[in-house]
Write a protein that binds this ligand. Structure first.
Ligand SMILES: CC(=O)N[C@H]1[C@@H](OP(=O)(O)OP(=O)(O)OC[C@H]2O[C@@H](n3ccc(=O)[nH]c3=O)[C@H](O)[C@@H]2O)O[C@H](CO)[C@@H](O)[C@@H]1O[C@H](C)C(=O)N[C@@H](C)C(=O)N[C@H](CCC(=O)O)C(=O)O
Ligand SMILES: Nc1ncnc2c1ncn2[C@@H]1O[C@H](COP(=O)(O)OP(=O)(O)OP(=O)(O)O)[C@@H](O)[C@H]1O
Ligand SMILES: N[C@H](CCC[C@H](N)C(=O)O)C(=O)O
Ligand SMILES: [Mg+2]
Length: 493
């Protein structure tokens, strides 16, 4: 995009006085504005971006996109400037559409997946299936952009400028298929409203993010925006109807005339029949419109079978032949940090790392492990700072109810006092052992493993840092686990 200019009208924008402007770039943060840029001054959760219009104008902004409140806030600066002023009722949505036009390309076939848990897993499985079918495919989300083209991302659903820059670059590199995660923050802030989707998926709905969304209903409404607003009317909605609110989500999609494909544990256009677990995976019977496909997945957990089912249905919704899709499933590999086997002790006990950071995910992950374990199930849990505080005791409770031994430790305390967070988790797990230092908790968890036992280290999954205050200290659960196993089994040089 370097060196290009586009006029406001080429970007679908109209200035209040009809003025044109040749733009050289877009920015959502005044500190990123350069000569000739459009600065989107958005209403924020802490401050209105219009407070920075004066700064953006000094940096050479040629146009300002904001709402009526922003225009009033910066009336004096705007009055004295030549910059074009675009006022929108929904400037975040306008920015998303503008960013799509500015970058001008995306992979031809795109899907998005929302839900409290399972988005990264489903998006990764969709990408793996497309790749196995011979397509150039990527997934975008919590673990960055992965697949045929890769790049790091700071957010699960990046803001529109970052998102469309990545999509356009991937498309230029030959990527034809992309699966992205739609977080509730991303949907609420219209970050993906400029993406053209062929299909959208819904995994499940349980508690998270009640720090950001005022009520549970607001959280649902944000997620429902994927089907109520972002998905085009002729595009397919693929919905797990065997989970809470699945039926409501399907009704929202139907009301917009989107064809609805249902999946579920026990019912739906695609559902699961018998599942037989073994030490390293499961043999699953997939039932699709009266046909049965029995396939072995090298993945642990009934929830991963459900995620694979949703991924397969999304790929089929995008036009692939069902038998070809089911034939790829035996070749799927574990998503990094999701039920990842991180070590096996000499006595056969296993250690898994999993990104469970909600009450439902902790319960689900532990229940999923139980059939694979003949001995005790040990869990290490902790809750993040500066995030939904009401989920903390519920996370402790989920661990206490589903594991035999629980350690409560730290997981990204951020600006909060770690001991206060642990105390909240311990309210739900009063018998748990408190070990603040995460490395020590892992060492003690691994040390406690007898023959036939298993350890679940929950919360950090693929993360490579422990966020304490403003510092990110290097920390990797899988690495710590394998070091602990090696040290305790005398395999460290
Ligand atoms: C809570 C939240 O989502 N905040 C997002 C929101 O910022 P905000 O409303 O808090 O912004 P603010 O600080 O009030 O500032 C208002 C505006 O002034 C601008 N500004 C601010 C300072 C300045 O000097 N100049 C300037 O222009 C800001 O860019 C912003 O547009 O709008 C910004 C611009 O679009 C986002 O970058 C920012 O994401 C922050 C960085 C964030 O951390 N978000 C997280 C919580 C998030 O989105 N997570 C989700 C979910 C993950 C999950 O599912 O678990 C994700 O998709 O990653
Ligand atoms: N279908 C599911 N049902 C219940 N729990 C699940 C499901 N899929 C994954 N989980 C749990 O949630 C954790 C996170 O999975 P994943 O990263 O795929 O979810 P996500 O929705 O992308 O999370 P985030 O909100 O952080 O982006 C997993 O490690 C597992 O414990
Ligand atoms: N995307 C989630 C990840 C949480 C992971 C956990 N390790 C934590 O820090 O709470 C969030 O930011 O809420
Ligand atoms: Mg994710």
């Amino acid at each position: 995009m370097l060196g290009q200019t586009k006029t406001l009208s080429q970007l679908g924008l109209t200035a209040r006085d009809g003025r044109q402007a040749a733009l050289t770039g877009l920015a959502v943060d005044s500190r990123d504005v350069k000569d000739g840029y459009l600065f989107a001054a958005l209403p924020g959760s802490r401050i209105h971006g219009a407070e920075f219009i004066q700064y953006a104008l000094r940096m050479g902004a040629s146009a300002i996109l904001t709402d009526i409140v922003g225009a009033r806030l910066a009336a004096t600066e705007l009055g004295a400037s030549d910059a074009a002023l675009v006022i929108s009722d929904d400037p975040r949505e306008a920015l998303a559409r503008t960013a799509a036009l500015w970058f001008g390309a995306q992979p031809k076939t795109m899907i998005a997946v929302t839900g409290t848990n399972g988005k990264t897993s489903v998006a990764t499985f969709v990408r793996q299936i497309w790749t196995l079918l011979g397509h150039e495919a990527i997934n975008l989300g919590t673990t960055g952009v992965e697949g045929a083209w890769s790049a790091p991302l700071a957010h699960t659903t990046p803001e529109p400028i970052t998102l469309h820059r990545a999509l356009a670059e991937a498309a230029r590199e030959g990527v034809t298929h992309a699966a992205m995660e739609a977080s509730s923050h991303g949907l609420d802030q219209r970050r993906l409203d400029g993406v053209t989707l062929a299909a959208a998926g819904f995994t499940n709905f349980t508690q998270d993010h009640l720090d950001y969304h005022a009520t549970f209903e607001d959280y649902f409404a944000a997620k429902a925006g994927l089907f109520a607003r972002v998905l085009p009317e002729d595009a397919k909605a693929v919905i797990n109807i065997d989970v809470d609110r699945g039926v409501d989500m399907a009704a929202i999609a139907k009301a917009r005339n989107c064809p609805v494909i249902t999946v579920g544990r026990d019912s739906g256009d695609l559902h699961l029949g018998n599942i037989q677990v073994d030490a390293t995976g499961q043999v699953v019977c997939f039932m699709h419109h009266g046909k049965q496909y029995v396939r072995r997945l090298g993945l642990i957990g009934g929830f991963q079978a459900e995620n694979v089912m949703l991924a397969a249905a999304l790929v089929i919704a995008c036009g692939e032949e069902p038998p070809h899709v089911f034939d790829t499933l035996e070749h799927l590999s574990t998503v990094r940090g999701r039920m990842q086997l991180a070590g096996t002790r000499d006595n056969g006990a296993t250690v898994f790392v999993d990104y469970a950071h909600t009450p439902d995910a902790i319960a689900t992950a532990l229940k999923a492990l139980r059939p694979h374990v003949v001995g005790r199930l040990i869990a290490i849990v902790g809750a993040g700072g500066d995030r939904d505080a009401t989920k903390r005791p519920l996370m402790g409770q989920a661990a206490a109810e589903n594991a035999d031994v629980v350690f409560v430790t730290d997981d990204n305390p951020r600006s909060e006092d770690p001991a206060t967070i642990r105390a909240a988790v311990l309210l739900g797990a009063p018998e748990a052992i408190e070990v603040g230092d995460r490395a020590e908790a892992i060492l003690r968890g691994v040390d406690a493993l007898g023959p036939g036992d298993a350890l679940l280290i929950a919360g950090k999954g693929h993360e490579t840092g422990q966020v304490v205050g403003d510092d990110v200290l290097p920390f990797d659960d899988a690495e710590q686990a394998s070091v602990a196993v090696a040290a305790l089994d005398g395999r460290l040089a």
